[in-house]
Design a protein around this ligand. Structure first.
Ligand code: ARG
Length: 588
């Protein structure tokens, strides 16, 4: 179904044509003075020059042809030549009823669905998840859901960091601690043990110890680098250790992402790109893209129009080891082969922007991707503490994701118990649901590229622009609907009626904008615009609720009309939070 903005634009185009002007001028937008009108058209101003006429006169001519339109309650021409439009209450109600009959609430699916790969999450195996990975997971998950809602074929890939130096470090440290393990015996030809020689807890301790030690011990570092090289080049014993590390870490990661309501279609990683590297390197050499620079193999990606230096893409280090650029390029080779994506979106810390500029340029110039493949970098800002510095624990260490989640959930639990609407056991589950909303909404309500302050008190508040406030509003609607049913009302076949008061009208206007808002959100991959919409919708609902007798309304038809509006409002709100990646409890 067409969005209301589209329908009104069609009306406007006809009016421009009938008045003798070009329909190109008939652009309608949401009003920026919602107190005066809901929609507006500024085309008369733009047409003044062409038609050598005062904009006000053009606007008057056009408005004359809009007077009979069934869409508008009023059409006002305002100096110097704006056309202000107020939607007719009948049309609004009719549109909402039509929306209610649509599975996707009036959003039209893409006519030519795209294949889109979203590269997000990006945790590094064997290192604990920290809050830096939180943003990628939260934003990526939402962007994935949005693109999917539009009807695209969307594939979420976690792209594990599982092929770098950290693996060499773990291998080296393990050898230092348990030199007798068969993995380190070059002569060993038997099967390696199935059981890993470490637990996840040990693994998480091994990495930081090794990393710190390598910084002060040259010999140890060299060993770790060489172990990385051997691993990448297929040394059997190290590959077996790598498998253990993967099994232990991935099981742990899955648990953590599940708690975040983040779900990947692919659990691929840098290591999966390895098998594409030799051919890719050969191609880069054969076709003259690559050159040697101080022993390293590089591809130049500087362009004439650059006003700053863009260093070459690093393909192989002088010792032959693959690098971050290499695995990202080879992953594109793999993705091209497996999926031929129309678009690849990387949701990564914006400090990595240069890396992606290099990789994208190199992939385009060397034909690793087709010229029409869109490579997009969705860089996000830093999550800071209240002191404005990157979020840390109280002791000043890197905050682990699980601890952050625990802290929020505890805070939520206290608040929910204070409310006394749910039993202890349920309160715990509810605290998790609401806690997740607090974290995700707190993050997503900011434009992704901006830094933001993670403020536990603010994010867990039931008031203001927060996740809990949105959920509270949904719970309130659910509770009214339940009471309506308990007193014998049926939720089937109800019709929304034309608004009777300004609060009802405001709510209706907000709800019917859902598909228009969604289009923008989808085009711009901008979850924060869903949050802004949700917040306004929740506010409008709550005003309506406070100003209107709903359940105690005596006119049954009127009451049923309200209930129909509530049903649709709930669906829209629940769809929005689902797009953000969280859900609402029954009570809170
Ligand atoms: N593992 C990387 C990190 O922690 C993020 C990976 C992002 N994705 C990619 N294709 N490079 O910084």
């Amino acid at each position: 179904m067409k969005t209301l903005l589209e329908l009104i634009t069609i009306e406007m185009e006809e009016a421009f044509l009938k008045a003798g002007y070009s329909k190109e001028l008939a652009k309608v937008t949401l009003s920026n003075r919602p107190d005066l009108c809901e929609y507006q058209c500024n085309g008369a101003l733009a047409g003044a020059k062409t038609y050598k006429k005062a904009p006000f006169m053009i606007a008057e001519d056009v408005a004359a042809h809009l007077k009979e339109s069934v869409y508008f309650e009023s059409v006002d021409v305002v100096k110097p030549g704006f056309i202000n439009l107020k939607l007719s209450p009948d049309k609004a109600a009719a549109y909402l009823n039509e929306m209610a009959g649509e599975e996707k609430l009036g959003v039209e699916e893409a006519k030519e669905p795209k294949t889109i790969i979203i590269d997000y999450g990006g945790p590094n195996v064997a290192k604990p998840l920290h809050v830096g990975h939180l943003r990628s997971a939260i934003i990526g998950e939402s962007v994935k859901r949005i693109a999917r809602y539009k009807g695209n074929r969307v594939i979420g890939d976690i792209h594990l960091g599982d092929w770098g130096y950290q693996m060499g470090l773990i291998i080296t440290e393990l050898q230092k601690r348990q030199p007798d393990l068969p993995y380190f015996d070059e002569a060993y030809e038997g099967e390696y043990p199935e059981e890993a020689p470490f637990t996840i807890g040990e693994l998480e301790e091994i990495y930081p110890t090794a990393s710190a030690y390598a910084k002060e011990n040259e010999e140890y570092r060299e060993k770790a680098l060489h172990a990385t090289y051997l691993l990448q080049n297929g040394y059997r014993g190290y590959r077996a250790i790598w498998n253990h590390i993967m099994n232990v870490s991935v099981a742990d990661l899955k648990k953590n992402y599940e708690k975040l309501n983040v779900e990947f279609d692919l659990w691929k990683g840098e290591a999966d790109a390895q098998k594409y590297i030799p051919d890719m390197v050969q191609m880069l050499k054969d076709r003259g893209f690559a050159r040697y620079d101080a022993g390293a193999l590089v591809v130049d990606v500087q362009e004439e129009t650059d006003n700053k230096e863009v260093p070459p893409c690093m393909i192989l280090k002088s010792d032959g080891a693959a690098l971050y650029d290499t695995t990202d390029l080879a992953t594109l080779v793999e993705r091209e082969e497996d999926y031929r994506p129309d678009e690849v979106i990387y949701v990564v810390d914006k400090r990595q922007e240069m890396h992606f500029t290099q990789v994208f340029r190199c992939a385009k110039k060397t034909g690793i991707v087709r010229p029409e493949t869109e490579l997009k970098f969705l860089g996000f800002g830093t999550m800071n503490g209240k002191d404005g510095k990157p979020f840390k624990t109280r002791e000043g260490g890197v905050m682990r994701l699980e601890n952050l989640i625990r802290e929020i959930n505890e805070e939520m639990y206290k608040k929910i118990m204070d409310n006394r609407t749910v039993e202890e056991g349920e309160a715990e589950r509810t605290a998790q649901t609401v806690g997740l909303a607090a974290i995700k909404y707190g993050d997503l309500s900011n434009q992704a590229s901006k830094d933001y302050i993670f403020d536990v008190d603010r994010f867990t508040s039931f008031e203001g622009n927060t996740g809990p406030y949105i959920l509270y509003t949904i719970v309130r609607i659910k509770s009214i609907l339940n009471k309506y049913q308990e007193s014998g009302g049926s939720l089937e076949g109800l019709q929304i009626r034309p608004a009777e008061n300004e609060y009802e009208k405001a709510l209706m206007l907000r709800v019917l904008k859902f598909n228009d808002v969604f289009e923008t959100v989808c085009e711009e991959a901008a979850p924060h615009k869903i949050c802004a919409y949700l917040y306004e919708a929740a506010n409008e609902f709550n005003k309506f609720y406070h100003e209107t007798k709903i359940l105690s309304e005596e006119d049954e038809e009127k009451k049923a009309g309200y209930i129909a509006l509530l049903l649709l409002t709930r669906r829209v709100l629940e769809t929005c939070i689902d797009l953000l990646g969280f859900e609402a409890p029954e009570r809170m």
